[in-house]
Design a protein around this ligand. Structure first.
Ligand code: NAP
Length: 279
């Protein structure tokens, strides 16, 4: 039976770059909300020798994700899910960010789990901002509500984000908390799904030069500072992350599960060396 790889947010950025690194004998299913974007990505990937199917799906809508699973399962054995769909702080209000980034991840993992078996892998794209979440706002008892009390989860997460003082900061906090949730949830799922032989890994990119990343740098001094903290004083390239994500998903990486892979060009460690002689 043919192997299938589903990529949410596959029409652009890191999702699309990951697709370019998937073996050509694997059927790709790309999804996002904008069909025109997906068709353009399909044409590029087909010109590079991939078999590609595209379908619109809003990951924050459980029914959409269920239909995506049915489509993918009808094409072969779902081996790989790369969940790259997401919204950044400049793109939406706190509630929408939490719906897409956090509830969307819960929808993707829970639905695909039902259709995957031994040797399968889910890679959830989080963010290095997950590590910036204030400890006082990281409440695992709220995270635990995501699967069975979605409304309460959304209300509590949005309430936490809205404690920030201005609109951009509220959305920024929603982003940080939603990605902190993604890291936590991927680890929870890894321990649960591992019994069925399915790996779950999260990836936390630093600032990456996609449309989303560039937009954030323009708006935020914190983002500019993050670039200064990297080893090479630069943003990551989408193709670097695409390669890393595809390698993490590769079946030869069978022992990689239940952890977050932080790929931030050294930004998180760079802070420690400020003012150290030689800097
Ligand atoms: N770029 C960075 O600096 C950076 C850093 C850390 C983490 N990340 C994360 O990396 C992931 C990929 O981002 P990117 O930088 O590659 O940006 P991107 O090109 O904007 O990719 C995000 C994709 O998600 C899709 N999407 C958004 N909302 C969706 C929804 N509700 N349902 C389904 N698809 C949806 C978008 O397509 P449609 O709009 O057509 O739906 C888009 O193709 C995101 O999760 C992002 O949070 C990015």
């Amino acid at each position: 039976m043919a192997k299938v790889c589903v990529i949410t947010g596959g029409g652009s950025g890191m999702g699309l770059e990951a697709a370019r690194n998937i073996d050509k004998d694997v059927i790709l299913v790309l999804t996002g909300r904008t069909v025109a974007k997906l068709e353009k990505a399909k044409a590029l990937l087909e010109s590079e020798g991939h078999e590609v199917h595209v379908t619109a799906c809003d990951v924050s809508v459980r029914r959409d994700v269920h239909e995506l699973c049915l489509l993918a399962a009808g094409l072969g054995t779902i081996k790989t899910v790369i969940h790259a769909a997401g919204l950044s702080p400049t793109m939406a209000d706190p509630e929408k960010i939490i719906m897409v980034n956090a509830v969307g991840t819960k929808n993707v993992n829970m639905e695909f789990y039902k259709y995957m078996n031994d040797g399968g892998v889910i890679v959830d794209v989080a963010s290095s901002s997950a590590y910036e979440a204030p400890a006082i706002l990281v409440k695992h008892q709220i995270y635990e509500e995501a699967e069975y009390k979605e409304e309460a989860f959304l209300k509590h997460m949005t309430g936490e984000a809205n404690l920030a003082p201005q609109d951009y900061l509220k959305s920024g906090m929603a982003y940080t908390l939603s990605k902190n949730f993604v890291v936590w949830y991927a680890q929870k799922c890894a321990h649960e799904y591992g019994k069925k032989g399915i790996r779950v890994v999260s990836v936390s990119p630093g600032l990456i030069e996609t449309d989303m990343g560039t937009q954030e740098v323009e708006k935020s001094d914190f983002a500019k500072q993050m670039i200064e903290n990297t080893c090479e004083r630069r943003m990551g390239r989408p193709e670097e992350l695409g390669f890393a994500i595809a390698m993490i998903a590769d079946e030869r990486n069978g022992y990689l599960s239940g952890i977050d892979v932080l790929i931030d060009g050294g930004a998180s460690t760079g802070k420690r060396f400020k003012g150290v002689k030689g800097e």
